[in-house]
Design a protein around this ligand. Structure first.
Ligand code: BG6
Length: 512
């Protein structure tokens, strides 16, 4: 493909970015995320020659696993989950540098063994390495891992070697404002903020990064991107899957914690923030925090800004599926929501009076994530309703997944001797223009952390600001139990209360 047509991020990756010698240590090495996402991400980075020449992978977990067996687990994971087929030559570059250390998460001597293991690697290659710790465990052991990294000197902070260590922390980052603050305090006792990479994998998605490019690399959008031209914004993250085997986790989480507080809020922040002064991590994150801080507290109770519901039995792809309460591991009277919809007001110069609607749910009609910018209707002077014209409002939609792309709805004349109009969709599709083999979110994020670019990660104050908005909702729902819990059939577009949220302002959800 001609260089000028290549995606700018890919151009950037292949030409300008290089990580120093690195050891990646994965805590929770025998877990699901490691197999599904992390090992395949490392493999694909190796395939693209984006790993440093001195790259080492160390798995860490409670289960004793010999090095050979860990390598077999890793190859199985690549074969099953990598976007590319496994090539023995590529794997041969990583396999001899892959090892495993067994130990508990609150076991300081085991962390000393890990430190010795890393020191051995440094001795072997004859130079210092940076160590990227990836905490991919249940959140209950985040704190002991962090504290032991500090106690064993691996975090580097108190040895004046902070630049040698970085830490990626998987979600969930806390379960409310208090726990997120506590986790930040623990992190800061051991690491400096610039060493910390809080993950939201939505930020690694190609189309989410493209949102920044579309907004700020084109001159036509910025003049329209405000309350004078935009009527409302809708952000949808809908899934077809139910809770499956994750009932135990989901019961403690629910849609607001699992999707709204993090993924949809990241989409909102990138959509609504002011243009940053540069693409530098701090400049971008400063703007995100600023816009999150401008969001008004949510009104709770009847006629408020939030709706929640659980899916009931229904039909998906011609098959009947059970309701949430009939799924494994779910309490018969569960008060956990599988759908949430929110109406937000951003009280700043740009957005005052423009409602932002967010919704997410499991077992919805179709898997789709999109951001829809609904523009104001044209004045009906020339093509009036009375004259038989019913013009659609222009809508610009960013399709995050699947079928990634961008589309714009415009009104057009239907060919013929009479003047009649019809809305049509102008579309750009990633797969058509660039091919479909785009990098997975985790490839981008692991590489960015190795390189030291925090732009696509969440800063501590950002996580706290978002939790600050939603913690009163969680408290309110907890106090209400099942009162106010709506329901929707699996395979539908959500409950009536989700629709009612928009109707109050004369809007309705777009059918993505
Ligand atoms: C995760 C949630 O963060 O995101 C899951 O815990 C959800 O419940 C998943 O299914 C959705 O991610 P994606 O990339 O498939 O849209």
């Amino acid at each position: 493909m001609a260089e000028s047509l290549r995606h700018p991020f890919l151009q950037g990756l292949s030409k300008h970015r290089g990580a120093p010698p690195t050891v990646v240590v994965i805590f929770g090495a025998s877990g699901d995320l490691t197999a599904r996402k992390l090992i395949p991400a490392v493999y694909n980075l190796a395939h693209d020659n984006l790993l440093p020449a001195d790259f080492y992978l160390v798995g860490y977990g409670r289960k004793p696993i010999p090095d050979d067996e860990f390598r077999t687990l890793a190859t199985d994971a690549i074969k099953e989950f990598s976007r590319r087929e496994m090539s023995p030559e590529v794997w041969a570059r990583i396999a001899p540098r892959t090892s495993y250390v067994a130990g508990g998460y609150d076991d300081k001597p085991a962390f000393d063994r890990l430190a010795a293991h890393i020191a051995d690697i440094e001795k072997k290659i004859g130079r210092e390495v940076q160590v990227l710790f990836y905490i991919s465990t249940p959140p209950s052991v985040f704190a002991p891992i962090l504290l032991n990294l500090g106690a064993s000197g691996l975090a580097g902070k108190h040895l004046g070697k902070s630049h040698h260590a970085k830490v990626i922390i998987e979600k969930p980052f806390g379960k409310d404002l208090t726990s997120a603050r506590e986790l930040n305090v623990t992190i800061r006792s051991v690491f400096e903020e610039y060493q910390v990479y809080r993950i939201d994998h939505y930020l690694g998605k190609e189309t989410v990064q493209d949102l920044l490019v579309q907004r700020f690399a084109n001159a036509i959008f910025e003049p329209l991107w405000n309350r004078n031209f935009i009527d409302s914004v809708q952000i949808t993250v809908a899934e077809e899957v139910g809770v499956g085997t994750r009932g135990g986790y989901y019961e403690q989480s629910g849609c607001l914690r699992d999707m709204i507080q993090n993924h949809t809020m990241q989409l909102l922040a990138l959509t609504a923030m002011e243009p940053p002064v540069s693409m530098d991590a701090e400049a971008v994150r400063d703007e995100k925090v600023k816009v999150l801080k401008a969001i008004q507290p949510l009104v709770l109770g009847p006629n408020g800004d939030v709706a929640r519901a659980q899916y009931a039995a229904g039909m998906m792809a011609g098959k009947s599926v059970p309701g949430y309460l009939q799924e494994g591991g779910i309490a018969p009277e569960s008060g956990t929501e599988t759908y949430a919809a929110i109406r937000l007001s951003i009280n700043n110069w740009r957005w005052q009076g423009v409602p932002f609607y967010l919704r997410s749910g499991k077992r919805m009609a179709r898997r789709v994530s999109e951001i829809a910018i609904n523009f104001k209707r044209p004045p009906g002077t020339l093509f009036s309703k009375d004259g038989g014209f019913d013009l659609a409002a222009n809508t610009l939609s960013f399709q995050i997944q699947p079928d990634e792309g961008l589309s714009l709805i415009v009104n057009t004349k239907i060919p013929g001797l009479e003047t009649r109009t019809q809305p049509v969709k102008m579309s750009f599709r990633y797969a058509t223009t660039f091919g479909s083999n785009t990098p997975e979110a985790y490839e981008r994020l692991v590489l960015d952390a190795m390189i030291g670019d925090g732009t696509l990660f969440i800063r501590g104050d950002e996580a706290e600001t978002s939790w600050g908005l939603y913690t009163p909702v969680l408290d309110h729902w907890k106090a209400e139990g099942r009162k106010g819990m709506d329901s929707y059939a699996a395979g539908s577009w959500g409950p009536p209360s989700g629709d009612a949220l928009l109707m109050k302002s004369g809007h309705q959800w777009r059918q993505p």
